[in-house]
Design a protein around this ligand. Structure first.
Ligand code: PGA
Length: 250
């Protein structure tokens, strides 16, 4: 048995599902931008598998240095749509890359809502990230209104058509129903499966698709057991080391 509590037998070795390639991403949002974030990263250091943590900009360099010798990877939560120049308050993709990051979350519903990001802007940001070798994690998802009105597929189709640049470079998608983010409401396993199949069919199975929205240590294992789910994007539950460790070890 590895350090992970729940494991599966795979090719005669006992390894975690995380180690089988499902990607576990922790989105710290605007939390833990100081010593508390460094402590959290420190507490996750011996996690194995495919795990990315996304702290606030303020500690990116310290966190990337701290995790250098571990399997953890580090991502940012946004980047600018421009290369450089007079864009007060913005942080470019190359700055993020130069701070040791490998990934960047783009088009998160909170950025789409609070900063009025459009799909076109998300697409430009994705291109800037790809230019410097960052792997973009592009978030898509329907609002509660669209969900209740049966408009999920139309929303997703439109977001995918407009926010994905034409490229063969590595991209990760994250399906996050907006009504499930930070609400404690989780989409049913059937709904997650159907929606992931829909996204796969639209994108010709080209990208791994994470699920996000109130993922926690209790529900992660069944969500990760869906074959169409390529991993999870975790917000609130990524802020507690014990909780996040359990998710990464299912
Ligand atoms: P949550 O956030 O896990 O707190 O719902 C997910 C996200 O916003 O990526």
């Amino acid at each position: 048995m590895t350090f992970c509590a729940i494991s599966v037998l795979y090719r005669y070795h006992i390894i975690s599902l995380g180690a089988m390639g499902k990607l576990i991403v922790g989105n710290w949002k605007m939390n833990k931008g100081d010593e508390a974030g460094l402590q959290l990263a420190q507490d996750l250091l011996n996690l194995k598998g495919n795990v990315v943590i996304c702290p606030p900009y303020t500690i990116l360099r310290e966190v990337t240095q701290l995790v250098q010798k571990s399997s953890l990877k580090v991502g940012a939560q946004d980047c600018a749509s421009h290369l450089d120049g007079s864009y007060t308050g913005e942080v470019s993709a190359s700055m993020i890359r130069n701070n040791g990051c490998s990934h960047v979350i783009l088009g998160h519903s909170e950025a789409r809502t609070h900063r009025h990001e459009t799909d076109e802007l998300v697409c430009q940001k994705v291109s800037r990230a790809l230019d410097v070798g960052l792997v973009p994690i592009i978030c898509i998802g329907e609002t509660r209104e669209a969900y209740e009105g049966g408009g999920t597929q139309d929303v997703l189709r439109s977001q995918l058509e407009k926010s994905l640049p034409k490229t063969d470079q590595e991209i990760i998608l994250a399906y996050e129903p907006v009504w499930a983010i930070g609400t404690g409401l989780v989409a049913s396993l059937e709904y997650i499966t159907e929606t992931h199949q829909f996204i796969q069919s639209l994108t010709h199975h080209k990208y791994p698709i994470l699920y996000g929205g109130s993922v926690n240590a209790k529900n992660a294992s069944e969500i990760l057991s869906i074959s169409e789910v390529g991993g999870v994007l975790v917000g609130g539950a990524s802020l507690q080391a014990d909780e996040f460790r359990k998710i990464a070890c299912v």
